[in-house]
Each structure stands twice: as structure tokens, then as C-alpha cells.
Design a binder for this molecule. Structure first.
Ligand code: ZN
Length: 310
């Protein structure tokens, strides 16, 4: 059975070591894969997530030490939402202050408390307090006490001129349902998902377009159970919306197609299989530099090119 929802969010960061330290030591996520950008193997591709790197828990980065700062605008992901137990929000606000990370005043969105902040590259993140999340399993190997640990992403907020065309793709192709509207935000939800369940469409009319760079999200990936489910989504996208996805690319841990949705955001559809234990034992995820087979012959050159992470 297919579980719709977000599979992962991929963003551009500045220096790899700072990115790694923030997501593992401050936010307490697990580094579930240390690999390279398959299209630019002199650059890391770092994957953070829960213990297993479950779909919906994953945030990934292309760290470019000298990337120019990006600018948020229309047709971009404005913020990435992270799930924490509702009763842990106070603890998190203290932690952010203690780590020198400024946070916004808590706000309410669709009845839930949300606390915005930025990572060291200016990427907008927000913690959302989720009732009942304390009972969910969490990664215990980080400096964040397990009872407060992040329980995957909650979703993303997309900044759009108009919500309707993007909502049609999410509901007709990607398995989401419209949950409601609050002010300029329309919330869509993947009904059976916990992590990665929400896409908030923030419709703001005429607003400058964004510019990709450090601190901005490159794309949002949605889940397909397997190749057949992905192919069915691609077919529907083409036949009912006139949008052609790319050919399938093998990303080692999932297989992906990409397309630009009508609001301008780059979307991916990624298979749940095979997952992050495909080339590394589950208890050793993220400990070794993993390369796809076609880059193994260049390993020694790649290892000397990559920046030091320690
Ligand atoms: Zn991706």
C-alpha cells in the first residue's frame, strides 16, 4: 500500500562541517548517509533523519562552502516544519537560546503551536508541537534527550502566487487532501502519514521570485511506494495536467523523477525502496563515505577533494 506524504526535503547549505554540526548536535538528527552529489562528486550530499532514515524524516543538503546566499520568493519552499512533542516546545526554546539560535515568538497555525527559527545558513525552519508525538519512537543517539527528539519533518510551507494550481497536483497526483484554510495559508495533508504529512500553501499574489542559494530549499520529494506507483503518478501528471516528469534516476537509496509544479517549485517523486540500509548496516548509517558504483573507481580522488568534516 502506498503511503502518500513527503519523502525528503533537499536544500543548499554553506560549509559542510557547520551544517553537519547544526543538524546533528543542535537539532539531534541522525546523519543517515554521507555520500556525494552524484552530479558533482567533489561536493558532499548529507542526509539527516531518524534512526532508520524513514521516508518523511529526511532533510538533505548539498553543502557548497562558497554558495551565495539565496533569497526566498515566489515558487519556493519558504520553511521546513519539524515535528516535536507538544510538551517539549518549552525545552526546545531554551535549547535554541542556549545554542545561540534566535527563535520567533510561538504562534498558532491550525490550532498547533509553531516556533520559527533559522539554521546557520538562514534556512527557515519551524518546530511544531504535536500532541501524542512523545509516544513515538525517536533516535536516541544524539545530544538531544530522546523524549524531546524531533519526530521527522512535519512538512513544508510553499510560497506561491496562487494556491489552486499547486493544490491540484498535490491532491490529484500526490495523494494529499485539502484540510482547510487559515488566512493566506491552505493546508493539505496526506491522510495516513505522520512524518511528512503536511504541505502549507501560502498564497501571496504578486511577489518577487526567489533565488536559489545557500539557505534555500532546492526541491521537495514526495513518496511513491515503488516503481509502479511512481509510474502511475507520472502518467497522471502527463495525461491530466500536461506536465512531463524527467526520466527515472537511480539515487541509490530511492529512485526518482522530477518535475516543476505549476507554482514554480521543483518537485520530486521518490520511491520508498530500497532505503538507506541498501549499502550500509542499519546500526552504522552515516559512518562511512558511501559512493555509487559508478564513482567507486574515483574514490581516492573524491576523498581528497571533499572538505574535512571533523
Ligand atoms: Zn531529492
Amino acid at each position: 500500500m502506498s503511503t502518500p506524504g513527503i519523502h525528503h526535503v533537499t536544500a543548499i547549505s554553506g560549509p559542510a562541517r557547520r551544517n553537519l554540526a547544526f543538524y546533528t548536535e543542535v537539532l539531534g538528527l541522525r546523519l543517515v548517509k554521507k555520500t556525494v552529489n552524484f552530479d558533482d562528486p567533489g561536493t558532499y550530499h548529507l542526509y539527516f533523519g531518524d534512526e532508520a532514515g524513514s521516508p518523511g524524516s529526511i532533510i538533505t543538503f548539498f553543502p557548497w562552502a562558497h554558495a551565495a546566499p539565496g533569497r526566498i520568493g515566489i515558487g519556493e519552499t519558504q520553511e521546513t516544519l519539524l515535528r516535536v512533542p507538544q510538551e517539549s516546545l518549552g525545552w526546545w526554546m531554551h535549547r535554541l537560546i542556549e545554542k545561540g539560535v534566535e527563535h520567533d515568538k510561538p504562534e498558532k497555525r491550525f490550532g498547533e503551536t509553531i516556533v520559527g527559527f533559522k539554521d546557520p545558513d538562514g534556512m527557515r525552519l519551524a518546530l511544531v508541537g504535536i500532541a501524542g508525538a512523545a509516544g513515538e519512537p525517536a533516535w536516541a543517539g544524539s545530544p538531544v534527550p530522546v523524549e524531546h527528539a524531533i519526530r521527522g519533518t512535519y512538512g513544508v510551507t510553499l510560497l506561491l502566487a496562487d494556491a489552486a494550481p499547486t493544490a491540484r497536483i498535490l491532491t490529484n497526483v500526490l495523494g494529499f487532501q485539502t484540510e482547510g484554510t487559515e488566512g493566506v495559508i491552505t493546508r493539505l495533508r496526506a491522510p495516513s502519514a505522520a512524518a511528512g504529512a503536511v504541505v502549507d500553501l501560502r498564497a501571496v499574489g504578486g511577489f518577487p521570485r526567489g533565488r536559489l542559494g545557500r539557505g534555500t530549499v532546492h526541491h521537495v520529494a514526495f513518496r511513491a511506494a515503488d516503481d509502479a506507483a511512481q509510474a502511475a503518478m507520472v502518467k497522471r501528471l502527463r495525461e491530466e495536467h500536461g506536465i512531463a516528469a524527467t526520466e527515472q534516476k537511480d539515487r541509490n537509496y530511492f529512485r526518482s523523477v522530477y518535475f516543476r509544479e505549476p507554482g514554480g517549485v521543483l518537485f520530486e517523486i521518490a520511491t520508498d525502496a530500497p532505503g538507506f540500509a541498501a549499502d550500509e548496516a542499519a546500526d552504522a548509517l552515516g559512518t562511512a563515505l558511501k559512493l555509487p558504483a559508478f564513482l567507486e573507481s574515483r574514490r581516492s580522488v573524491i576523498e581528497t577533494t571533499l572538505p574535512d568534516l571533523t
